[in-house]
Design a protein around this ligand. Structure first.
Ligand code: BT5
Length: 334
């Protein structure tokens, strides 16, 4: 059920610059005027600036520019995703919190968002830089009724969601580098980390971690990733409201996920391939033990990387790192 706070924000927002009287608010929300005043004080803590004038009523002067549980929930048009949002100003990693909560049986669709992570992580425990209020650092808990071996498809699905939202909202031209990187102009803007807890043929839960560089300037990108990372600000010369992006990601994710559960992987595969980086070109593939060059054909029905080696052998890969050959250079860039 929608909370009183959400209803209150909606009423205030819908009256725009006009005042809405305390009397009317208390009638519509069926609470006392003292209770309304208390809610107003709470909203101010979330960064809303509200003007209250005697005889006239209340109006919003400024919407929050910081993320909080309430500001994400407000205006979030989803059915099940993000109905519980947990926001932390600072945490080690939203993945850690998500695992703890998932083991305590929180709902499918619970979302954890942080302003800053002190131990943000990538795959194989690599470091993920997550500076304060510079990006989106969030984890989604899912309890999908699919076989565990299909869980990597959720990474590919998430990548298409991020690519869709970035294309639509920021008018950039994102590409997906298999399996989990979103690149803009060849540089990494976002990464996805899918972790799973499963028993035999049943998934207990999946945590999808999403990291997006939003408002870092070139100088704020840490030196170890300067050559290969970018942010939305750097690509568009514009600061972006992380809250709106989070809401759009959650709304787009919910639709894509529901369609995937209903119809399977084919639509995700074709969308992924429409954003796929270097499809049809020669890439460099590295696994723990070997490395070689091959033509990247696309992704298989199960989400694996589909390649053809230079001597014509088709190969499906489930776990590998890929680089690409920069024309005219001696090196493979990553
Ligand atoms: C990823 O791993 O790309 C997955 C990143 C997932 C981050 C999210 S944030 C919310 C949630 N909580 C977490 O703790 N994690 C998830 P991988 O493909 O392994 O890439 C890691 C590599 O990307 C690092 O080794 C660096 O080279 C590079 N890198 C680190 N921080 C970066 C950043 N902010 N932007 C771009 N590249 C970065």
């Amino acid at each position: 059920m929608e909370s009183t706070r959400n209803k209150l924000i909606k009423l205030l927002a819908s009256s725009g610059d006009h005042y809405i009287s305390g009397q009317l608010l208390s009638e519509k929300l069926a609470i006392s005027r003292a209770a309304i005043w208390k809610h107003m004080k709470e909203l101010e803590k979330d960064g809303y600036q509200i003007e209250g004038k005697s005889k006239k009523g209340y109006r919003i002067l400024k919407f929050p520019d910081k993320v909080s549980e309430n500001t994400i929930l407000w205006g979030l048009g989803t059915q099940w995703l993000g109905k519980t949002v947990i926001h932390k100003e600072v945490t080690t990693s939203t993945q850690h919190i998500a695992h703890q909560l998932a083991q305590e049986n929180v709902d499918h669709g619970t979302v954890i968002v942080a302003d800053e992570q002190t131990a943000g992580k990538g795959r194989m425990n690599r470091k993920w830089h997550s500076a304060k209020q510079k990006g989106i650092w969030m984890s989604i808990i899912l309890r999908p009724n699919i076989l565990p071996y299909l869980a990597p498809q959720l990474t590919l699905l998430t990548a298409t969601v991020l690519a869709d939202v970035l294309t639509k909202d920021t008018h950039t031209n994102p590409k997906i580098k298999w399996p989990n990187d979103i690149l803009i102009n060849h540089n990494k803007t976002a990464g996805i980390l899918t972790e799973m807890q499963a028993e035999q043929d049943q998934i207990q839960y999946v945590v999808i971690g999403i990291g997006i560089n939003v408002n870092q300037t070139h100088d704020e990108i840490p030196s170890d990733i300067k050559k290969k990372a970018t942010s939305l600000l750097m690509e568009t010369n514009k600061e972006w409201d992380t809250q709106t992006l989070i809401q759009n990601i959650l709304m787009t994710f919910e639709k894509a996920y529901d369609a995937y559960i209903a119809n399977g992987f084919p639509d995700v595969k074709s969308k992924w391939e429409s954003y796929g980086f270097k499809i049809g070109e020669t890439i460099h593939i590295k696994t723990m033990r070997e490395q070689w060059n091959a033509v990247f054909l696309g992704i298989a029905e199960d989400g694996a990387l589909l390649t053809k080696t230079l001597d014509g052998e088709m190969k499906k890969l489930y776990s590998a790192e890929i680089d690409w050959y920069e024309k005219g250079g001696d090196d493979f860039a990553n």
